[in-house]
Write a protein that binds this ligand. Structure first.
Ligand code: HEC
Length: 141
């Protein structure tokens, strides 16, 4: 009896997690992005050019991933391209062992993190105003 119960629980949770999987992938992906950027900062602080270049390159590669394209708008694409360009500046500077330029590239890339997130929040809010029925938690009110 028990093993059957256990199996059906596993089956049910697999069904539920199936629908949440796409969202989980994006969340894991975004965390990887954060962790690479922290590694760049670590490299800058310790003058470890290999670490800077390796982590900046990893961030640049993430921009090619399908999980990156959360919003399918021309502006999002443009912000993504600009972000990648500034991340590539960090890599180039690290290869030339130019710490100052790498640090400036990092600041520039960080501003682009903040601005893209601002854009994403604003776009989502606008869509919610357009389609209020999408607002989470409003169904019961
Ligand atoms: C071109 C746009 C863009 C850029 C640039 C960008 N992000 Fe994001 N980021 C997103 C989107 C879209 C999400 C997902 C938001 C959502 O689905 O709620 C996200 C989510 C995240 C999350 C997860 C937040 C949460 O709710 O748990 C973290 C952490 C994050 N980004 C870090 C960064 C860092 C660090 C940088 C810069 C090194 C960066 N992002 C640059 C678009 C971007």
């Amino acid at each position: 009896m028990r093993p059957i119960l256990l199996l059906s629980c596993l089956f049910a949770s697999a069904l539920v997690s199936g629908s949440a999987r796409a969202q989980d992938n994006v969340a894991i992906f975004m965390k990887a992005k954060l962790s690479h950027s922290q590694q760049v900062l670590k490299g800058l602080a310790t003058e470890d050019f290999d670490l800077i270049a390796k982590s900046a390159q990893a961030m640049s590669l993430l921009c090619e991933d399908e999980n990156w394209m959360v919003l399918q708008t021309p502006e999002y694409r443009e912000r993504s391209t600009e972000f990648r360009r500034s991340v590539d500046t960090i890599t180039e500077a690290a290869k030339k062992k130019n710490l100052e330029a790498a640090a400036l590239g990092y600041v520039d890339a960080t501003l682009k993190c903040v601005n893209c997130h601002k854009y994403v929040r604003k776009t989502r809010m606008a869509r919610l105003e357009e389609f209020p029925q999408l607002k989470l938690g409003s169904a019961g009110n």
